[in-house]
Ligand binder design. Structure first.
Ligand code: NAD
Length: 307
């Protein structure tokens, strides 16, 4: 049995900690949100009143927080992780953050003689619940075996991406590719409809042809073609538009700092911004199909029925 502190018990942290508890581990959790704490307690997490209390005597300290600013906030200050960590603990951040924050936490940890690994995830809320998330790890080689062990009960696949911040670099590039692929599926699906193709037949053709992608296989934005599409469910989020905007924004920031032009990612950002400006940031990101049709007559989308 291993012992964990877990900061951030939201949509991802909740089910991830439940899997740790199910695998027989001890988890002490902290979150600012009472509802998140109550749900995690139901999954067997011991709720702590502070970061310090959660960290007392544990082997691994995970953070699963919305953005870089939240990760910095829980690491810094007298009440933060750095102030209470020992060199026996392994600190692991699984949040999707910007490269600068990841480097800052790595450097700050090394300066204090602490052990830190960046370990973002792919697989969404369903992967978190099923314990099949893909983890991508960045940090010192000597920490990887230990990190992989703590991650195992939550993971379908763990891949060491490289040195410090390479996990987050892989995550940012991967998600940028996903949202560019989503644009291809959105445009292809709507044009195919207007040209008179049967959507299921066209989807099958693309699936065995060069239009195939994960987005096309999983998020194809037309109702009644594939079971996993949000289009079957009035675009209720399987991946929220505002989270997609955050991820593609991280890629654009990284493009700017490295001097790489990312015109397709910029288009994806514009699509998401358009939906967010209409108050649709909480709908599924595949609702970008709505930006393609002048009359907004998107099959599967009924704004009246959107909760
Ligand atoms: P969420 O908003 O559901 O959960 C985040 C939790 O952090 C909330 O419960 C919030 O109260 C808590 N929190 C914020 N600031 C805090 C603080 N200072 N101290 C303690 N708790 C604090 O978000 P989520 O969907 O669980 O995502 C978490 C991270 O995982 C994000 O970086 C996201 O990009 C990434 N991610 C999400 C998905 C997904 O499908 N939801 C998939 C892959 C990666």
């Amino acid at each position: 049995m291993s012992s964990y502190a877990w900061i951030g018990l939201g949509n991802m942290g909740g089910p991830m900690t439940a899997n740790l508890v199910s695998a027989g581990h001890m988890v002490k959790g902290f979150d600012l949100n009472e509802q998140a704490c109550a749900a995690a307690a139901q999954g067997g997490v011991q709720i702590a009143g502070s970061i310090a209390e959660a960290m007392e005597g544990v082997e691994a300290v995970f953070t699963m927080l919305p953005k870089g600013q939240h990760v910095r906030a829980v690491y810094e200050g007298e009440a933060g992780i750095w102030a209470h960590a020992t060199d026996q603990m392994l600190l692991i951040d699984s949040s999707t953050v910007d490269i600068e924050t990841s480097r800052y936490i790595h450097e700050g940890s090394v300066q204090r003689g602490l052990n830190f690994v960046d370990a973002p995830v792919s697989g969404g809320i369903s992967g978190a619940a099923a314990g099949t998330l893909a983890f991508m790890l960045g940090g010192e080689e000597k920490l990887m075996v230990r990190a992989t062990g703590y991650i195992a009960p939550m993971s379908g696949r763990t891949i060491v991406a490289g040195a410090a911040s390479m996990g987050i670099a892989a995550k940012i590039c991967n998600n940028m590719m996903l949202f560019i692929d989503l644009m291809a599926s959105a445009e292809g699906s709507q044009l195919a409809e207007k040209l008179g193709l049967d959507p299921k037949v066209f989807w099958e053709i693309a699936s065995v042809s060069s239009g195939r992608s994960w987005a096309q296989q999983t998020w194809y934005p037309v109702p009644d073609v594939i079971d996993t599409a949000a289009a079957n469910n009035n675009f209720e989020a399987t991946f929220r538009t505002d989270l997609a905007r955050k991820d593609v924004g991280l890629a654009l920031d990284a493009g700017q700092s490295t001097g790489v032009r990312l015109p397709a990612a910029t288009l994806a950002k514009d699509h998401f911004d358009e939906l967010i400006a209409q108050g649709l940031g909480d709908r599924d990101c595949s609702l970008i199909v709505k930006n393609l049709l002048p009359d907004e007559s998107v099959r599967g989308w009924d704004p009246e029925k959107a909760s």
